[in-house]
Design a binder for this molecule. Structure first.
Ligand code: SAM
Length: 273
């Protein structure tokens, strides 16, 4: 499903606690757009947007202990379907994995329970990990920590049949285009990427001047098959995005981070360059 249509409203939590609705179509009007960005993002020119995002990664102030049981209600059948598809021959990469509990739990940690289901190789990538959490477990699990995903070599990570990113790397990177290209370089031809990010808190100004959310930007990529699933219940208002390669060349436009704001949530504003 391609979702080219724009949602009517974006809810923006303003710093003083007031919540206002903005019509995204109005944001394509230059005056409204200026007002929007002005009210929304830091006007403090001394703090570069990149520094705002990078400070957050350093501080690591977020939920980092979701397990496989927590991933399932979000990614639903897709996660189990993928794991089943490639069985023990595959490689599952969790990018921005927190403590790595989603995969560690799958691998049987902490009890080293012998599981009869086939386990793929599993790699968690996380900039920060607490001391005491295993970096390796059994033959199948490893954690690559201490470095950003962006700086790890493709050879070190290795080709992956499944990439999950649950408010991980894509949520905190300053280079969305670079990260996505790298995901697709790592992904096998039939592999799938399961994403959950604050899609509606990340905006992209297209080359034609139109402003779209990250979710909409992803669904426009050439050479990518994109499915956006709107969530209900506890995740109402959020969505998950499933990506895989489509036929033809992959075209991911280059982006530049122009503004960022952190007030409980992280908001980012990119422009296609
Ligand atoms: C909000 S936590 C989510 C963790 C995990 N997915 C969960 O749901 O529990 C974000 C994680 O992404 C990691 N992270 C963010 N940007 C990263 C990057 N560029 N490279 C490696 N890890 C990154 C952080 O260190 C943290 O572990």
């Amino acid at each position: 499903m391609r979702s080219d249509s724009l949602p009517n409203l974006i809810l923006i939590k303003r710093p003083k606690g007031r919540t206002r609705d903005f019509e995204i179509s109005r944001l394509n009007n230059p005056n409204e757009s200026k007002k929007f960005l002005g009210s929304f993002f830091s006007r403090n020119e001394k703090v570069r947007p990149k520094a705002i995002v990078e400070r957050l990664i350093e501080q690591n102030p977020y939920t980092v202990d979701r397990t496989c049981v927590d991933y399932r209600p979000l990614f639903k059948r897709a996660l189990l379907e993928e794991l089943k598809k490639f069985g023990s021959r595959g490689h599952w990469l969790d990018c921005g994995a927190g403590e790595g509990l989603a995969q560690l739990q799958r691998a049987g940690w902490p009890k080293a329970v012998q599981t009869r289901r086939p386990l793929p190789r599993m790699t968690s990538i996380s900039f920060r990990v607490s001391a005491g959490v295993p970096q390796n477990f059994g033959e199948k699990y490893r954690m690559l920590s201490g470095r950003k995903f962006e700086t790890l070599s493709l050879a070190k990570i290795g080709p992956a049949n499944l990439i999950t990113d649950y408010t991980g790397v894509l949520t905190y990177t300053t280079t969305i285009d670079f990260v996505l290209k790298k995901y697709f370089k790592l992904l096998t031809r039939s592999g799938r990427i399961l994403l959950h990010a604050p899609f509606k808190k990340t905006f992209v100004r297209l080359k034609n001047g139109q402003l779209v959310t990250l979710e909409q930007w992803l669904s426009r990529l050439i050479g990518v098959h994109c499915v956006v699933q709107k969530m209900r219940g506890q995740f109402s208002g959020e969505s998950v995005v499933f990506l895989k390669r489509a036929r033809g060349p992959l075209k991911i436009p280059k982006l530049k981070l122009k503004a960022a704001k952190h007030d409980f949530y992280l908001y980012r504003y990119f422009e296609e360059v």
